[in-house]
Design a protein around this ligand. Structure first.
Ligand SMILES: O=C(O)CCC(=O)C(=O)O
Ligand SMILES: [Fe+2]
Length: 364
């Protein structure tokens, strides 16, 4: 019988600051990683002011005129960065009812002719005109910087929690100037469920290492699938982030850090739900099948005690066993945003969608 969970643990980052309580935090992180795959983090290193400033911009960002938003649409960007209008994205063959802007940490594309296609995946963000939303770009870039720092600090503690040295995961990151992490600002509108689905985003796993999610409005909607397949609510808790693990870290930790399936149900009531996930990436070149880590037997025992996870309907990033991380991520982006892919990666698009653009999204 698999151990199971009915709520998501809340971890207090301030425990890490005192040597007397640090190990308590590390133990809680070990439990959350192995048995749940999700946690809330309170009292993190990200200043509340940075969070509040960014949140204050969200309604203004989505209220920009539609043509202003379309000027920076994702289809312009071979990096899959920019604006996606409502209904432009697919998960498991169904339209996700969300509108979003994808941004990323500052990065200059390293791609040059002859390099693999997936080097083109990372590059500069598209920003709305500064005059139309003054201060927004600076607020987002500051947020990205702070959350990036937090993500590296969490990775160190996770490494310890799994019985590795603190730098046990660092070989998966390139030097900072070669790395790029992504984020997006998402709006889930209220839908009329008598005529529409309530799929904010369908069941899926995240692809990378760590996801640090800010639930930026007071709405339920995020749900997490437990080991026996039931959907557990992960409601917003003020002053916290939600952290979860992606398929890449699950792969290299032999399933110790669990990638847990999750989804968002459209909000009820009268106001939209907002969220800001941050996806910590690993090196585009990382070949995970060659980099699986070794763990102490007492840690591996905990995975055995957890037991097997019920099969889920979530989308899988199964190519990690043969392709470099950048290629796996590119394939995921092509499936989620086929219109962008058709324009910028026609060959890969044709392999994945031999019949052309899916009418209703048939990506998975
Ligand atoms: O909006 C949320 O709360 C979660 C979004 C999510 O899981 C994703 O975009 O990967
Ligand atoms: Fe996700």
């Amino acid at each position: 019988m698999a151990s199971n969970f009915s709520s998501i643990p809340i971890l207090d980052w301030s425990l890490t600051l005192d040597p007397a309580t640090r190990q308590q935090f590390v133990g809680q992180l070990r439990h959350a990683a192995i048995n749940v795959g999700f946690l809330y983090l309170s009292n993190s290193t990200v200043p509340q002011g940075t969070v509040d400033t960014l949140i204050s911009y969200i309604p203004k960002l989505f209220a920009l005129p539609q043509d202003t938003k379309e000027k920076i649409r994702m289809a312009n960007s071979e990096h899959f960065l920019g604006y996606s209008r409502l209904g432009a994205e697919f998960t498991k063959g169904k339209t996700d009812i969300r509108e979003q802007f994808d941004f990323a940490t500052p990065h200059v594309s390293r791609w040059k002719p002859g390099d693999p296609d997936h080097y083109r995946l990372w590059g500069p963000s598209q920003w709305p005109d500064e005059d139309l939303i003054p201060g927004f770009k600076a607020a987002m870039e500051e947020y990205l910087l702070q959350v990036q720092e937090l993500s590296y600090a969490v990775a160190k503690l996770l490494s310890e929690a799994l019985g590795l040295p603190p730098d046990g995961l660092s070989k998966f990151y390139d030097s900072p100037e070669l790395m790029q992490h992504r984020s997006k600002i998402v709006k889930y509108p209220v839908v009329d469920t008598s005529s529409q689905s309530d799929q904010g985003v369908g069941p899926h796993y995240d692809a990378g290492f760590l996801t640090i999610l800010l639930q930026a409005s007071d709405h339920r909607g995020l749900q997490v699938q437990n080991l026996s397949g039931q959907w557990i609510d992960a409601p917003p808790i003020p002053g916290t982030f939600v952290i979860n693990f992606g398929k890449a870290i699950e792969f290299v930790t032999q399933g110790l850090a669990r990638a847990t399936s999750h989804r968002v149900v459209s909000p009820k009531g009268t106001t939209p739900r907002y969220s800001i996930p941050f996806f910590q990436n690993i090196s585009l070149d990382a070949r995970l099948a060659e980099s699986v880590l070794q763990f102490p037997p007492e840690i591996l025992k905990l995975r055995e005690l957890r037991g097997d996870v019920a099969t889920t309907e979530s989308v899988n990033f199964s190519e990690f066993d043969r392709e470099p991380s950048g290629k796996v991520n590119l394939i995921g982006r092509v499936k989620s945003h086929p219109d962008v892919a058709q324009r910028h990666y026609p060959e890969l698009f044709a392999q994945i969608f031999p019949q052309g653009l899916p009418a209703h999204g048939s990506a998975y």
